[in-house]
Design a binder for this molecule. Structure first.
Ligand code: GTP
Ligand code: MG
Length: 141
Protein backbone atom coordinates (compact mmCIF):
# COMPACT_ATOMS: atom_id res chain seq x y z
CA UNK A 1 0.00 0.00 0.00
CA UNK A 2 1.04 3.54 -0.78
CA UNK A 3 0.06 6.93 0.62
CA UNK A 4 -0.73 10.22 -1.01
CA UNK A 5 -1.82 13.67 0.10
CA UNK A 6 -4.95 15.60 -0.80
CA UNK A 7 -6.18 19.11 -0.08
CA UNK A 8 -9.85 19.85 -0.55
CA UNK A 9 -9.44 23.48 -1.62
CA UNK A 10 -11.44 26.53 -0.45
CA UNK A 11 -13.79 26.55 -3.47
CA UNK A 12 -14.99 22.99 -2.80
CA UNK A 13 -15.32 23.52 0.97
CA UNK A 14 -17.28 26.74 0.37
CA UNK A 15 -19.66 24.78 -1.90
CA UNK A 16 -20.04 22.14 0.86
CA UNK A 17 -18.55 19.42 -1.33
CA UNK A 18 -15.92 18.21 1.16
CA UNK A 19 -18.06 15.25 2.24
CA UNK A 20 -18.93 14.35 -1.34
CA UNK A 21 -15.24 14.40 -2.31
CA UNK A 22 -14.27 12.19 0.66
CA UNK A 23 -17.08 9.77 -0.30
CA UNK A 24 -15.84 9.79 -3.92
CA UNK A 25 -12.33 8.91 -2.70
CA UNK A 26 -13.59 6.03 -0.53
CA UNK A 27 -15.62 4.73 -3.51
CA UNK A 28 -12.37 4.88 -5.52
CA UNK A 29 -10.73 2.54 -3.01
CA UNK A 30 -8.82 4.99 -0.83
CA UNK A 31 -8.70 4.74 2.95
CA UNK A 32 -8.83 8.08 4.74
CA UNK A 33 -5.94 7.83 7.23
CA UNK A 34 -6.32 11.38 8.56
CA UNK A 35 -8.35 14.47 7.74
CA UNK A 36 -8.60 17.87 9.35
CA UNK A 37 -10.10 21.26 8.57
CA UNK A 38 -7.66 24.14 8.74
CA UNK A 39 -7.45 27.71 7.50
CA UNK A 40 -4.04 28.05 5.81
CA UNK A 41 -1.98 31.06 6.80
CA UNK A 42 -0.06 32.90 4.11
CA UNK A 43 3.20 31.44 5.46
CA UNK A 44 1.90 27.87 5.36
CA UNK A 45 0.45 28.26 1.84
CA UNK A 46 3.65 29.88 0.54
CA UNK A 47 5.72 27.11 2.11
CA UNK A 48 3.53 24.39 0.65
CA UNK A 49 3.64 25.89 -2.88
CA UNK A 50 7.29 27.04 -2.71
CA UNK A 51 8.08 25.09 -5.93
CA UNK A 52 5.62 27.35 -7.76
CA UNK A 53 6.98 30.62 -6.31
CA UNK A 54 8.39 31.77 -9.67
CA UNK A 55 5.17 31.05 -11.62
CA UNK A 56 3.10 34.07 -12.70
CA UNK A 57 0.00 32.81 -10.87
CA UNK A 58 1.75 32.28 -7.50
CA UNK A 59 0.22 35.34 -5.82
CA UNK A 60 -3.25 34.40 -7.04
CA UNK A 61 -2.74 30.80 -5.88
CA UNK A 62 -1.74 31.85 -2.35
CA UNK A 63 -4.65 34.34 -2.15
CA UNK A 64 -7.06 31.59 -3.17
CA UNK A 65 -5.66 28.90 -0.85
CA UNK A 66 -5.84 31.24 2.16
CA UNK A 67 -9.31 32.60 1.36
CA UNK A 68 -11.25 30.18 3.58
CA UNK A 69 -10.72 26.79 5.26
CA UNK A 70 -9.52 23.65 3.51
CA UNK A 71 -9.40 19.98 4.46
CA UNK A 72 -5.98 18.34 4.46
CA UNK A 73 -6.24 14.58 3.93
CA UNK A 74 -3.84 11.63 4.05
CA UNK A 75 -4.95 8.79 1.76
CA UNK A 76 -3.87 5.16 1.40
CA UNK A 77 -4.42 2.72 -1.45
CA UNK A 78 -2.51 0.46 -3.79
CA UNK A 79 -0.69 2.74 -6.26
CA UNK A 80 -2.16 5.73 -4.39
CA UNK A 81 -0.16 8.58 -5.99
CA UNK A 82 -0.84 7.62 -9.61
CA UNK A 83 -4.40 6.50 -8.97
CA UNK A 84 -5.31 9.69 -7.16
CA UNK A 85 -3.84 11.80 -10.01
CA UNK A 86 -6.12 9.83 -12.34
CA UNK A 87 -9.35 10.26 -10.36
CA UNK A 88 -8.49 13.92 -9.61
CA UNK A 89 -8.39 14.77 -13.32
CA UNK A 90 -6.52 17.44 -15.31
CA UNK A 91 -5.49 20.72 -13.61
CA UNK A 92 -8.02 22.61 -15.76
CA UNK A 93 -11.49 21.19 -14.97
CA UNK A 94 -12.60 22.04 -18.52
CA UNK A 95 -9.98 19.57 -19.81
CA UNK A 96 -10.58 16.91 -17.15
CA UNK A 97 -12.16 13.58 -18.09
CA UNK A 98 -15.75 12.78 -17.12
CA UNK A 99 -16.21 11.43 -13.60
CA UNK A 100 -13.05 12.97 -12.22
CA UNK A 101 -13.13 15.14 -9.09
CA UNK A 102 -12.09 18.28 -10.95
CA UNK A 103 -14.67 17.74 -13.71
CA UNK A 104 -17.40 17.18 -11.12
CA UNK A 105 -16.45 19.85 -8.57
CA UNK A 106 -13.81 22.19 -10.06
CA UNK A 107 -14.66 25.63 -11.41
CA UNK A 108 -11.53 26.86 -13.21
CA UNK A 109 -7.80 26.20 -13.60
CA UNK A 110 -7.20 28.29 -10.49
CA UNK A 111 -10.13 27.05 -8.42
CA UNK A 112 -9.98 23.36 -9.16
CA UNK A 113 -11.39 21.73 -5.99
CA UNK A 114 -8.45 19.53 -4.97
CA UNK A 115 -4.69 19.18 -4.74
CA UNK A 116 -2.87 15.88 -5.19
CA UNK A 117 0.79 14.94 -4.66
CA UNK A 118 2.70 14.51 -7.91
CA UNK A 119 5.19 11.87 -6.65
CA UNK A 120 5.67 9.48 -3.76
CA UNK A 121 8.55 11.58 -2.41
CA UNK A 122 6.36 14.70 -2.42
CA UNK A 123 3.48 12.77 -0.86
CA UNK A 124 5.72 11.92 2.13
CA UNK A 125 6.89 15.53 2.44
CA UNK A 126 3.35 16.92 2.16
CA UNK A 127 1.83 14.48 4.68
CA UNK A 128 4.61 15.32 7.14
CA UNK A 129 4.08 19.07 6.54
CA UNK A 130 0.44 18.91 7.66
CA UNK A 131 0.45 15.86 9.97
CA UNK A 132 3.64 16.10 12.04
CA UNK A 133 4.76 13.46 14.50
CA UNK A 134 2.53 10.41 14.71
CA UNK A 135 -0.76 12.03 13.64
CA UNK A 136 -0.73 9.58 10.75
CA UNK A 137 0.45 6.12 11.82
CA UNK A 138 3.95 5.38 10.53
CA UNK A 139 4.14 2.98 7.58
CA UNK A 140 4.25 -0.56 9.01
CA UNK A 141 7.41 -2.63 8.62
P1 GTP B 1 -2.08 20.48 -7.61
O1 GTP B 1 -2.53 19.12 -7.32
O2 GTP B 1 -2.92 21.54 -6.93
O3 GTP B 1 -0.59 20.68 -7.41
O4 GTP B 1 -2.40 20.70 -9.16
P2 GTP B 1 -1.60 20.19 -10.43
O5 GTP B 1 -0.43 19.35 -10.03
O6 GTP B 1 -2.59 19.61 -11.38
O7 GTP B 1 -1.10 21.57 -11.04
P3 GTP B 1 0.27 22.36 -10.79
O8 GTP B 1 1.09 21.69 -9.74
O9 GTP B 1 0.88 22.63 -12.12
O10 GTP B 1 -0.28 23.75 -10.23
C1 GTP B 1 -0.61 23.87 -8.86
C2 GTP B 1 -1.89 24.65 -8.73
O11 GTP B 1 -1.68 25.98 -9.18
C3 GTP B 1 -3.08 24.16 -9.57
O12 GTP B 1 -3.81 23.13 -8.97
C4 GTP B 1 -3.92 25.41 -9.67
O13 GTP B 1 -4.71 25.59 -8.49
C5 GTP B 1 -2.87 26.50 -9.73
N1 GTP B 1 -2.65 26.88 -11.12
C6 GTP B 1 -2.00 26.18 -12.08
N2 GTP B 1 -2.00 26.86 -13.24
C7 GTP B 1 -2.67 28.02 -13.00
C8 GTP B 1 -3.01 29.15 -13.78
O14 GTP B 1 -2.71 29.22 -14.96
N3 GTP B 1 -3.70 30.16 -13.15
C9 GTP B 1 -4.05 30.09 -11.83
N4 GTP B 1 -4.72 31.10 -11.26
N5 GTP B 1 -3.75 29.04 -11.07
C10 GTP B 1 -3.08 28.02 -11.64
MG1 MG C 1 1.03 19.91 -8.57
Amino acid sequence: LERTFCIIKPDAVEKKKAGAILAFLEEAGFSILAAKRTHLTRAVAEGFYAVHSARPFFGELVEFMTRSPVFVVALEREDAVAHYRKVMGATDPAKAEANTIRKLYGGSVGENAVHGSDSLDNAKIEIAYFFPGNEVAPVAG
